[in-house]
Design a binder for this molecule. Structure first.
Ligand SMILES: C[S@@+](CC[C@H](N)C(=O)[O-])C[C@H]1O[C@@H](n2cnc3c(N)ncnc32)[C@H](O)[C@@H]1O
Length: 357
């Protein structure tokens, strides 16, 4: 059967030096494996674990050069092992990263079967992820819908272009020290940082593990003092008891929600009687502009005033009102570069104000 052993090879060239390429890839692989239900422990004694079983073991670990793993593709045949090598080859100031899986195919059952495996398990999935639908989804998720990776962390640590919305929400909420604020979809926690200056307590959720970690880091002092908790959860299933919060906020997320009424109803449930709720809208006028560019734009839901109010009413809120607020003065106040201030001018951005009776 050994004649059926084969090598699968895939490579990419990156405009990075080998050390940077190595560090970036190791960092990305940790969270990438997590997302597919596997755990990658990097380092000379590193391993890759799936459902408690060691699937890969590091045999050699040379940062910036090469990593070699012994791989166990079949837990029903522990004698069958393959080799996985990740190498970093320098070429004209770039680094060619090559992933090679050697000795693959022994249990596949013949060359035609191996071709079938390659077509179905490698070629079609690879081309699918580079097709418009999946690639657009990936870009949208990575940058905004469920942000992760170093670039997203840098953006959401200090999201300058979101600060004008934050200012409007803070003005509407007029937080006091005895408030208990809920923020849904908190991203990197920049809004929380501003909100906590009022002396209030807060809790927040986001469904991106990277954003939850970042929001905790951004607000580490408030977390340590017990004034803030940040949990990984979805807007539609909040891990808080009924009637907990005095107010709630949501910004930069409405357009991504597949079922905004369910999310609003969940927020209403977690609010106390009289609890106030402020949501940044998702304005149709922004579609295709730098505020909502493609491929995100065609994956977002947009709402006019009447539609926005209807979402609030359907979720059981009272005193529901869509309002327009001029973001331009806030854009100047927070230091948006003058040439970008016009992005915040014009019709006024929509916000939904609501209250739980
Ligand atoms: C564009 S970011 C905005 C982050 C932050 N609110 C801000 O304005 O900087 C959208 C955030 O919503 C989160 N998100 C999207 N859908 C969500 C859902 N259904 N439940 C929880 N979080 C969600 C994403 O993970 C991401 O952090």
């Amino acid at each position: 059967m050994t004649e059926n052993r084969s090598t699968v090879r895939i490579s990419i060239d990156l405009e990075l030096g080998p050390s940077a390429a190595f560090d970036t890839l190791v960092d990305e692989l940790k969270s990438a494996f997590e997302r597919v239900g596997m755990r990658f422990i990097p380092g000379a004694d590193g391993r890759i674990v799936q459902k408690g079983i060691e699937v890969g073991r590091v045999v050699s670990w040379n940062p910036g050069e090469k990593v070699l793993l012994q791989w166990h593709p079949a837990d029903w045949d522990s004698a069958y092992t393959t080799e996985v090598e990740l190498s970093f080859q320098v070429s004209n100031g770039r680094t060619i990263v090559v992933l090679e899986h050697r000795g693959w195919g022994q249990l596949v059952g013949g060359p035609a079967e191996l071709a079938g495996w390659f077509a179905g398990q490698v070629t079609a999935p690879f081309l699918r992820v580079t097709s418009p639908a999946a690639f657009g989804d990936w870009l949208t998720d990575r940058g905004a819908r469920r942000p992760y990776g170093a670039q997203a962390r840098a953006v959401y640590r200090d999201p300058l272009y979101h600060y004008p919305n934050f200012r409007v929400i803070l003005a509407e909420l007029a937080l006091k020290p005895d408030d208990y604020l809920l923020e849904v979809a908190c991203g990197g926690g920049a809004f929380l940082k501003d909100a906590l200056r009022s002396g209030c307590r807060a809790a927040a959720v986001d469904h991106s593990p990277d954003m939850v970690r970042l929001a905790r880091e951004t607000n580490c002092q408030a977390v340590e003092e017990g004034r803030l908790e940040v949990l990984e959860a979805t807007a539609e299933h909040l891990p808080f008891p009924d009637a907990t919060f005095t107010c709630a906020a949501m910004t930069g997320v409405l357009g991504f929600l597949p079922d905004p009424v369910a999310a609003f109803a969940e927020i209403r449930r977690a609010l106390r009687q009289g609890g106030r709720f402020v949501v940044a809208g998702s304005d149709p006028e922004l579609k295709g502009t730098p505020g909502a560019p493609e491929p995100m734009a065609s994956r977002l839901h947009f709402y006019l005033d009447r539609e926005l109010e209807e979402l609030g009413r359907k979720a059981g809120f009272h005193e529901v009102r869509a309002v327009r607020r001029d973001l331009e003065p806030f854009a100047r106040e927070v230091g948006v570069p003058e040439e970008h201030v016009p992005l915040f001018s014009g019709h006024g951005a929509r916000f939904l104000l609501a209250r739980k009776q």
